[in-house]
Design a protein around this ligand. Structure first.
Ligand SMILES: Cc1cc2nc3c(=O)[nH]c(=O)nc-3n(C[C@H](O)[C@H](O)[C@H](O)COP(=O)(O)OP(=O)(O)OC[C@H]3O[C@@H](n4cnc5c(N)ncnc54)[C@H](O)[C@@H]3O)c2cc1C
Length: 201
């Protein structure tokens, strides 16, 4: 995590109390009771006052392609137009890694992609074109900023058992961190460690 709104839950309480003009009710722990109530009522727009920013690295382009479909976030991603990808790292799914024949085929293709990419560069092809041979598995890095309402939405969708494993792992790790800083906002989203998924209570 790169950044998070300081005292996020107190800020959410302060914003919410504007609706009811009930500032006099603020005290120790009052934000928890109020936030639980807001979430139960579906009064989620107040959660938009708090933000968190993450740097997500060591993930595949397959993951970031799914992530950037979330339109309410702000993104900055490593550019394949400007950065040399001749020695690119890649993510290998467990289903491939654990199968010797599949693993051999996969590795062969990754090495071939590296060779072709480097050869294209040597032939004077620009990086923005050489990148066309890079696979979905190519490792990348992305910085994402979203408000708490949107993080809840992303975590719910992408942490669901039906979501793809890599983005599900990302959702779990982000939830783990957010729970430390805003435990009440993310309280009803629980990590199912055994099944590597997020369940909504
Ligand atoms: C399991 C799974 C499988 C998927 N499979 C596919 C697939 O096969 N093909 C594919 O193309 N996509 C697929 N997606 C992506 C999916 O269709 C969404 O694009 C993605 O999950 C972003 O969700 P969103 O639009 O709810 O979220 P966000 O863009 O994060 O928006 C959050 C919420 O804001 C509101 N909102 C945002 N923009 C608008 C708008 N323009 N109008 C009205 N309300 C808006 C909606 O309530 C939305 O839920 C899949 C997603 C999941 C989780």
């Amino acid at each position: 995590m790169l950044s998070i709104t300081p005292n996020a839950e107190k800020l959410i309480e302060s914003a919410a109390r504007t609706s009811y003009k009930s500032f006099n009710k603020q005290g120790e722990g009052t934000e928890k009771v109020l936030i639980r109530k807001l979430i139960k009522l579906g009064h989620l727009s107040v959660l938009e006052h708090a933000y968190a920013t993450f740097r997500i690295s060591g993930v595949s382009r397959a993951l970031t392609h799914q992530l950037v479909r979330h339109r309410l976030c702000s993104y900055t991603q490593r550019s394949q137009r400007y950065v040399d990808e001749s020695g690119f790292g890649y993510v290998e799914p467990e289903s491939i890694k654990s199968n010797p024949e599949a693993h051999a085929l996969f590795t062969e293709l990754m090495n071939k992609a590296k060779r072709v990419y480097s050869k294209l560069e040597k032939l004077g092809v620009r990086r923005e074109d050489a990148r066309f041979v890079l696979p979905n598995a190519t490792e990348t890095e992305i910085v994402v900023t979203a408000n708490f309402r949107e993080w809840r939405h992303i975590i719910e969708l992408r942490g669901d058992p039906s979501a793809q494993w890599e983005i599900r792992e990302m959702a779990i790790e982000i939830l783990r961190i957010l729970k430390k800083y805003a435990p009440t906002v993310f309280e009803d989203l629980e990590i199912d460690e055994e099944n590597r998924a997020v369940r909504k209570r």
